[in-house]
Design a binder for this molecule. Structure first.
Ligand SMILES: Nc1ncnc2c1ncn2[C@@H]1O[C@H](COP(=O)(O)OP(=O)(O)OP(=O)(O)O)[C@@H](O)[C@H]1O
Ligand SMILES: [Mg+2]
Length: 232
């Protein structure tokens, strides 16, 4: 087991009376590949938002490398090695692919990384001078993932990285995720069970804002309650 990099303690997030995330405590170690699954509305995206700093919890804490980051802005969390992608890709649409890569490497304060290799791997090399806003949807998602990877985060959070992608694009993403540094802890929210069972060594199941199960894929696949509410 690697060193613990990320920990949440009793995270609670309410929207009015509605409890979207209810006392979720999880710890993640270096190099761990975790999938977060569960029905629509289970609280998966809200959980990711609390960890990345897009949202702040009503109760509970988030620790990165032992440091309490609960009240830090998303930007400061990126600086500390926590980065993410969104369910709907978030790129600078009026800028070129190349400029998007440049911004990503600047924000993370890394040296102007040589992103041409990454662009090649991602199938974006011929699009470097293309405005991100006119890329096909799949490539926009691929670009967003590339931007997150450029910051070489310690923890990478991905919200449905393969949703809406065609088979070829999906394979590209899976291969890319498998090629990432073995020290990076990757947490992927995903509905595609082929992708989940290919990349994850641990599966966390959420249901109605709560943790329903947490374990290795073989165990989760057999879990009675999980099969009932989600896997079917
Ligand atoms: N800003 C918000 N205001 C009010 N309710 C919200 C807000 N964001 C999320 N919710 C509600 O919280 C619940 C959890 O939403 P969340 O987006 O975390 O689910 P999810 O597990 O990511 O679902 P999906 O698989 O459909 O993406 C849902 O019932 C949703 O309607
Ligand atoms: Mg979601």
């Amino acid at each position: 087991m690697g060193q613990e990099v990320l920990k949440t303690v009793d995270l609670v997030k309410k929207f009015g009376e509605f409890v979207a995330v209810n006392k979720v405590s999880l710890a993640f170690t270096e190099g761990e590949r975790t999938a977060v699954i569960g029905p629509n509305g289970a609280g998966k995206t809200t959980f990711i938002n609390l960890v990345s700093g897009q949202l702040f919890p009503d109760e509970g804490k988030v620790f990165l490398n032992g440091e309490d980051i609960t009240t830090l802005s998303a930007y400061r969390r990126v600086r500390r090695g926590l980065n993410r992608t969104f369910q709907i890709p978030s790129v600078f649409k009026s800028l070129t692919v190349e400029e998007n890569f440049e911004i990503a490497s600047t924000v993370s304060q890394k040296n102007q990384a040589d992103y041409s290799d990454l662009a090649e791997t991602l199938g974006l090399k011929t699009y470097l001078k293309t405005k991100a806003g006119v890329l096909p949807y799949g490539l926009m998602k691929v670009l967003e993932l590339g931007m997150a990877i450029l910051s070489s985060p310690k923890v990478l959070l991905l919200d449905e990285p393969t949703a809406g992608l065609n088979v070829g694009e999906k394979e590209r993403i899976v291969a890319l995720l498998q090629s990432l540094s073995s020290r990076m802890s990757v947490i992927v929210v995903e509905h595609d069970m082929d992708v989940v069972f290919t990349i994850a060594r641990r599966i966390v199941v959420m249901h109605r804002g709560e943790l329903l199960a947490d374990g290795p894929p073989e165990e989760i696949a057999q879990h009675e309650k999980v099969r009932e509410v989600y896997l079917g």
